[in-house]
Design a protein around this ligand. Structure first.
Ligand SMILES: [Zn+2]
Ligand SMILES: [Zn+2]
Length: 244
């Protein structure tokens, strides 16, 4: 296993996922992960968790479950191509880990935009200092100008994600993955490797990502969550009151 922390996992608080945070943490402990980020969907996703879910996670969840650090995050929607997020800043302030993603589900009559438009939205959104990571930016429904996005993400200290589920379901292609990895390599921009698990047994399972990393000669030094202490430091820096 190349990662020590899976930074993108869902619980049944998003109703198209099927495991509890306890089940996820228990399995993470079994396979030797040190941390998991709980990143359920927010507001405009049709089956998202209510905002109380995210606030209360911080109030009631233990710091560790089965010895695994559980990071109270969210997968926040980039609501439109202007880069607006579907949580306001005072709600984002509750989170210890903010993933931002485009999904086509909430676009009324979704029509694809060109890479210039999509990238502009990403860059506007990632410049919110609360943002930690872009979720599955290789998804081809949202084409990206990597030469623009990668340096902007690096500058803002935002990680780009290689997402196992997106590769497995064909939402990302070998070409889109190569585009991201090659450009990240060129600019020494860090990424995360995550599962986007929707069931406990998917946690930590990143074999398709590993294959892609190998094929593209991607250096392990640029995988932020290959080392829990390294990603932990990043969380502490952006979210100083998280006490992780
Ligand atoms: Zn997503
Ligand atoms: Zn997700």
């Amino acid at each position: 296993m190349i990662i020590q922390a899976d930074m993108h996992t869902h619980t049944l608080a998003s109703t198209h996922a099927f495991s509890t945070v306890t089940e996820n943490a228990r399995y993470a402990q079994e396979i030797g992960l040190k941390a998991i980020a709980m990143t359920d969907h927010t507001d405009i996703m049709p089956d998202s968790a209510h905002i109380w879910h995210f606030r209360n996670a911080k109030r009631v969840l233990p710091r560790e479950i089965y010895g695994v650090t559980v990071i109270r995050g969210a997968e926040v929607n980039i609501a439109d191509y202007s880069g607006a997020l579907d949580l306001i800043d005072s709600d984002l302030d509750w989170l210890e880990w903010t993933v931002i993603s485009y999904h086509s589900h909430y676009f009324r009559n979704f029509t694809p935009a060109d890479a210039k438009t999509v990238t502009k939205g990403y860059i506007k959104a990632l410049n919110n200092p609360r943002v930690d990571m872009i979720g599955h930016p290789t998804a081809i429904k949202f084409p990206v100008d990597w030469e623009k996005l990668v340096p902007a993400a690096k500058e803002a200290g935002v990680l780009l994600e290689l997402n196992e589920s997106s590769i497995r379901t064909g939402k990302s292609t070998p070409e889109s993955v190569r585009g991201m990895l090659e450009t990240c390599k060129k600019y020494s921009c860090e990424i995360t490797v995550d599962t986007d698990a929707h069931f406990w047994s998917q946690i930590g399972e990143t074999s398709l990502c590993e294959k892609a990393l190998k094929e593209n000669g991607f250096p392990t030094e640029l995988i932020a969550n290959a080392d829990w202490e390294r990603i932990r430091e990043k969380i502490q820096k952006k979210h100083p009151d998280s006490q992780i």
